[in-house]
Design a protein around this ligand. Structure first.
Ligand SMILES: [Zn+2]
Length: 152
């Protein structure tokens, strides 16, 4: 799975989740992509992808923030709930749950003070905003409670 930052002609930004880069190209070419806010089909990929410092194919799935109890946000509108659920399961399986230490750990990893790894945890909207200010990428995900507390 990859995540692209997309933008429509009316400057709405949203995320699109795709099986692969080719998948994205295909959907774009066949005009299957549309803006979840205004339905415009004129969608472009923004140069700033929403993922940083990672070498793995699933780089979109790295520093994820758990926000339990939140329903699937509209930026995932182009993808079915089943796929979102699969992605979330994948993230849960492949990340270390650092709980409320998330902002601290994300920062440490960013500044090379902690081993590079995939983490998830909780963060307040304020924490998320300041992490983003520092150039640390954080993505909010609706992780269902039955997965949220699972350790591996
Ligand atoms: Zn739009």
């Amino acid at each position: 799975m990859i995540v692209y930052d997309l933008e429509c002609e009316n400057s709405h930004s949203f995320e699109g989740w795709f099986g692969s880069a080719g998948d994205f190209e295909k959907q774009l070419a066949s005009k299957l992509l549309s803006c979840p806010m205004c339905n415009s089909g004129n969608v472009v990929r923004r140069p700033n992808a929403s993922h940083v410092h990672t070498g793995v194919a699933e780089n979109a799935l790295r520093e994820k923030q758990k926000s339990s109890g939140v329903s699937v946000p509209q930026q995932y509108a182009n993808i079915s709930p089943e796929i979102v659920a699969k992605v979330i399961e994948h993230i849960v399986k492949n990340t270390e749950d650092v709980g409320n230490k998330f902002p601290e750990e994300a920062r440490k990893i960013h500044y090379n003070e902690a081993p590079e790894r995939h983490i998830r945890g909780t963060a307040s909207p304020r924490d998320v905003a300041s992490l983003r200010d520092e150039g640390i990428d954080v993505v909010s995900l609706p992780i269902p409670p039955h997965l949220a507390n699972k350790t591996h």
